[in-house]
Design a protein around this ligand. Structure first.
Ligand SMILES: Cc1cc2nc3c(=O)[nH]c(=O)nc-3n(C[C@H](O)[C@H](O)[C@H](O)COP(=O)(O)O)c2cc1C
Ligand SMILES: [Fe+2]
Ligand SMILES: [Fe+2]
Length: 412
């Protein structure tokens, strides 16, 4: 755990967490940070909380002591979000100071009671303020469904700091650099991809609410964005706002100028055509990613498909349906409401086929509205004429993809 000063009287306490499944599902290969913030006026407020995944806040206490604060001196716990990655420390904290005041929305207050028992809660509404003294004034701004119904922003007026919790967050641990102006070009790229991983795994289902939260963020004068996961933005807070807007477009079918081949093959028949299209993509100078299911994790699959403007689905027929790992992958993308992607499917079958029908069933059931280029199915091994058809459709995909591409900087 690390303690950093981010402005006069404002500190960040951040903890790297690795080797967990986030939300009990998502493999996070580059870990995640949990950030909490301390705002000191005459009174002291702790915004969100960080603890070890085991629920023990000893490190939090140690870090408070490092900046000269006795945990008993904390007057308010501001809860932007009830999800236990930000609130799981409450029970433990109360052992030290039972009469602490928790500041949160009305919806969160109900959850505080149901998750942690009755408590001393101050419910806040849009624009309510908390004057901590010495010029530090917090104001509260609900942003429902980013990521649960009770979520809010907290804004500190004198330093123009927005504490945004899950909004503007990213996966990826931080080692030496914690602020946007400290990041190397490689780290900037790393946190962009980890931001996409975070958005696509955790927030994409709530894209309409994220859009509203982006609009709300733009109504503040902002010097610093201090999220609950990932780096603090103090040099260019607009960048993460623009990035989040771009990610919200990726959720609706836009993507980077790259193709993802989402594929699976039992005995290598479909795989032969995958190899063939790789040569075409290389020849055409198109950047591409390969995601083989079920070998790849669902988390990485979602993040990679999400950020791509063109998708190739390569999967055979299995028991009169689509090869199950690919059906599972597409269902997950549907559940995440990732809509409007441009895609082309091909695959092998032995006697009846059936994969194609299930592909359309999955699209319909999840209202995915993907733009599907006509599929190519072949019996057994792909023949010359099958490969020619596949080539033509891949070239069609590359051409149509141009309309879907949204890269960084293109929206300014
Ligand atoms: C367990 C299993 C179930 C299959 N079910 C079907 C089927 O219902 N209909 C069909 O046309 N082919 C079926 N096949 C045949 C495959 O679709 C065929 O072997 C195809 O070439 C496999 O492509 P792949 O090597 O890329 O996995 C099945 C194959 C296996 C191993
Ligand atoms: Fe959350
Ligand atoms: Fe979170």
């Amino acid at each position: 755990m690390k303690t950093l000063k981010i402005a006069d009287g404002i500190y960040m306490l951040t903890l790297n967490v690795e080797d967990i499944l986030f939300e009990g599902i998502w493999e996070i290969r580059n870990g995640v940070t949990l950030n909490s913030y301390l705002v000191q006026g005459e009174k002291t407020a702790l915004i969100d909380g960080v603890i070890g995944w085991d629920g023990v806040p000893e490190t939090l206490y140690k870090n408070l002591e490092e900046i000269g604060i006795d945990p008993k001196e904390v007057d308010y716990l501001v809860l932007n979000h009830m999800e236990p990655d930000h609130s799981g420390w409450i029970s433990n904290f109360k052992k030290i100071k039972d009469d602490i005041t928790i500041v949160c929305t009305d919806k969160a207050a109900r959850m505080v009671e149901s998750f942690y028992g009755r408590d001393n809660v101050r419910i806040v509404k849009e624009g309510d303020t908390l004057d901590l003294g010495k010029g530090k004034v917090l104001s509260f701004h609900p942003v429902p469904n980013v990521h649960w119904p009770e979520t809010m922003y907290t804004y500190e007026r004198s330093t123009k700091t927005l504490f945004s919790c899950d909004m503007f967050g990213a996966f990826g641990v931080m080692t030496d650099h914690y602020f946007d102006d400290e990041l190397t070009p490689e780290e900037i790229d790393f946190f962009e991809l980890e931001g996409i991983r975070y958005y696509s795994n955790i927030l994409t289902t709530y894209t309409p609410s994220v859009r509203k939260a982006i609009e709300k963020a733009k109504t503040f004068e902002i010097n610093i964005i201090a999220p609950g996961h990932g780096p603090v933005y103090r040099k260019n807070p607009e960048k993460i706002i623009d990035d989040y807007y771009r990610f919200s477009l990726y959720a609706k079918g836009a993507g980077k100028d790259e193709v993802t081949i989402l594929w699976g093959s039992m005995y290598g028949m479909t795989a032969k055509a995958v190899e063939y299209i790789e040569k075409i993509l290389q020849r055409e100078g198109v950047k591409y990613n390969k995601i083989e299911m079920p070998k790849e994790t669902i988390s990485e699959m979602i993040a990679t498909v999400f950020r791509s403007a063109g998708i190739v689905i390569a999967a055979p027929t299995y028991e009169y349906k689509l090869f199950p790992p690919i059906a599972t992958a597409l269902n997950e993308l549907g559940r995440k409401r990732i809509t409007g992607k441009l895609a082309f499917r091909f695959g092998s079958y032995g006697w009846s086929g059936g994969a194609e029908r299930e592909l359309h069933e999955i699209m319909e059931r999840n209202k995915m509205q993907w733009d599907l280029i006509e599929s190519v199915e072949f019996e057994g091994t792909p023949r010359e004429d099958d490969l020619k058809k596949i080539e033509a459709r891949v070239l069609e995909l590359i051409d149509k993809m141009k309309e879907k591409v949204v890269e960084e900087g293109q929206l300014a």
